[in-house]
Design a binder for this molecule. Structure first.
Ligand code: SD4
Length: 289
């Protein structure tokens, strides 16, 4: 049990958690914390699956997905956004400054520019080289646990114990142009309900989308499951129906008591927890051993 405040994120993301924790010291708000945390990998050129430095689609475009949700049930999201370093902050602006939940592609970019975000080149030399290499075979093969720092999903309980969540990604490397994954979809990659808690997802987004994993986990917790059991059941829904051996999905859940859970299909999923100002990385359990 972590009580609150607490920050939980997918993969090994100590810097992101520490930024989220610092933000909690300043404003105490879970929403500010998850945004601050998500901005760390977005700006990190060495993180090849989020924001700046993210691997491009098969045509060489870096296209970004992100969403954010607060304790009041407000939500904002951007999909297929290009040229903006911090899609999570654009998603928050969609939530706070428009009557909509999702903006996509060119429209999302125009909105971001109107809000003062800068247009930038997000394709680093390393990512461009990886793409040139990939083009030699052009095989689309999502890899399991690519580098163990993947799409970031974050959940936080703020100083008042309120829940918020966020997710940001450049999506799967060398995807089709226009492909949108689970990461900007409320209920798939992130869901929060302040009566219950929240959940977030990482992995092959198509299967999170087909099972609406985060919404499912929150509903399972509402019906009395612990965060751990809820994550396990959401993974079992995938395992029962799909050929799960070839891909990875990892879920995290956090309830209002500060109890948390993590579960994945394959070994190799880890997560980062911050409580009492201490940040640690843990290995998740998994269905396959
Ligand atoms: C996606 N879920 O675009 C993201 C990618 C990811 O670990 O999480 N990779 O499908």
């Amino acid at each position: 049990v972590a009580k609150f405040p607490v920050v939980l994120s997918t993969w090994k993301n100590e810097k992101a958690n520490n930024a989220a924790w610092e933000s909690l010291q300043k404003t105490g708000r879970a929403l500010d914390a998850v945004e601050a945390g998500a901005r760390i990998p977005e700006a990190d050129p060495n993180d090849t699956s989020v924001g700046y430095g993210g691997f491009p689609d098969r045509d060489g475009n870096v296209t970004l997905d992100a969403c954010i949700m607060d304790e009041k049930g407000n939500a904002g999201s951007v999909t297929f956004l290009q040229h903006i370093m911090h899609p999570i902050s654009v998603a928050r602006a969609v939530m706070e400054k428009t009557p909509h939940v999702m903006l996509s592609g060119e429209g999302a970019l125009q909105f971001a520019l109107s809000q003062g975000f800068k247009k930038e080149n997000l394709l680093t030399e390393t990512a461009r080289k990886a793409w040139e290499d990939w083009k030699k075979t052009s095989k689309y093969e999502p890899k399991i646990n690519i580098e163990r720092h993947d799409t970031i999903g974050l959940l936080a309980l703020g100083n008042q114990g309120e829940i918020s969540g966020a997710c940001t990604t450049s999506g799967l490397a060398f995807k089709m142009h226009g492909r949108v994954g689970d990461s900007p979809v409320i209920g798939a990659a992130v869901f929060c309900d302040d009566e219950v808690g929240g959940a977030c997802a990482t992995g092959l987004g198509e299967f999170v989308l087909k099972t609406l994993g985060s919404f499912l986990i929150v509903e399972l917790m509402r019906n009395g499951k612990t965060p751990q059991k809820a994550c396990e059941e959401a993974i079992m829904r995938i395992v029962k129906r799909y050929n799960y051996k070839e891909f990875q999905i990892g879920y995290l859940a956090l309830n209002k008591k500060g109890e948390y859970g993590a579960y994945a299909i394959q070994p190799g999923f880890n997560y980062t927890l911050t409580k009492d100002g201490v940040t640690k990385v843990y290995e998740s359990g998994s269905y396959m051993k």
